[in-house]
Design a protein around this ligand. Structure first.
Ligand SMILES: [Fe+2]
Length: 264
């Protein structure tokens, strides 16, 4: 029943997905791996830069804002130049599915970015012990609610209305491990306050309560999306090969005055 909140949209052909994978592999100089754990990103990620264990950082943290926006100004042009067709396919697909105009907020916020689990082109393989460890995990992230809109108040303020309680989260799968990958989903606790409260719950405590989550498989070339504060995590429990890669494009959106603005 929780998985009914999740939608799927075909946006890229197998050939176009493969082409996008080849392009991201050729841009290795832009891959970032903050924890040296084979989880790479390419792009500016609000969810990573603006949040710590206490939630969103204070709006006067100039250092944090400058860090994010420096990444954004350097990487947005690289992404839009190399993945023009991918971004347009996602935008057009979402516009049809959501029934409203969809635009990127990339003059002010980061474009949807790449998340890669697996070896970089130079590394070629993940060590066996890393693979075996990942295989034992139920989830490759903690259960959480997405609120990456929180640090971008100055952008939303230019509109009359911005609907944060029905904000959009989407994932485009470009390449998946041979045994698959997907999303674990649970309840929607409600508004931003309820979402923040859930995110403030220690993960071990949340884990105990979330016994009946549901799994939604990803499919290459398909965009998986939902609106609202649905509790979710990257599913684990999949067999992995040392040369498997899970390459996705990750993005968010907020409907402002009847138009969706996509960002990350
Ligand atoms: Fe998320």
């Amino acid at each position: 029943m929780y998985r009914e909140a999740i939608n799927k949209l075909s946006v890229l052909s197998p050939k176009a997905s493969k082409q996008a994978v080849e392009t991201i592999l050729s841009l290795e100089e832009h891959w970032v791996c903050p924890n040296q754990d084979y989880f790479f990103t390419v792009g500016a990620f609000s969810a990573r830069e603006f949040f710590d264990k206490n939630g969103v950082v204070a709006p006067d943290r100039r250092d944090v804002y400058d860090f994010y926006h420096n990444i954004r100004t350097s990487i947005n042009p690289v992404l839009s130049e190399n993945f023009k067709d991918v971004y347009e396919s996602m935008r057009a697909g979402l516009e049809t599915a959501l029934g409203e105009k969809v635009l990127y907020a990339d003059e002010y916020i980061g474009l949807p970015g790449f998340q890669i689990l697996g070896p970089s082109p130079q590394q070629k393989l993940m060590p066996k012990e890393i693979v075996e460890h990942l295989e034992t995990l139920d989830g490759w992230s903690n259960f959480h609610v997405d609120t990456p809109y929180l640090p971008h108040t100055s952008f939303w303020q230019r509109f009359q209305t911005a609907d944060f309680n029905n904000a959009l989260t989407f994932t485009l799968s470009l390449q998946l491990p041979q045994s698959g990958s997907g999303l674990d989903v649970w309840k929607n606790p409600g508004d931003t306050e309820a979402g923040n409260k859930f995110n403030g719950t220690p993960s071990a405590e949340a884990q105990k309560v979330i016994t009946d989550y549901e799994f939604v498989p990803y499919q290459t070339g398909h965009l998986t999306y939902f609106t609202g504060h649905v509790i979710h995590r990257v599913a684990g429990r999949h067999r992995l090969l040392c040369d498997d890669r899970r390459i996705t494009v990750q993005g968010h959106g907020v409907k402002c005055d009847g138009t969706w603005y996509l960002y990350n």
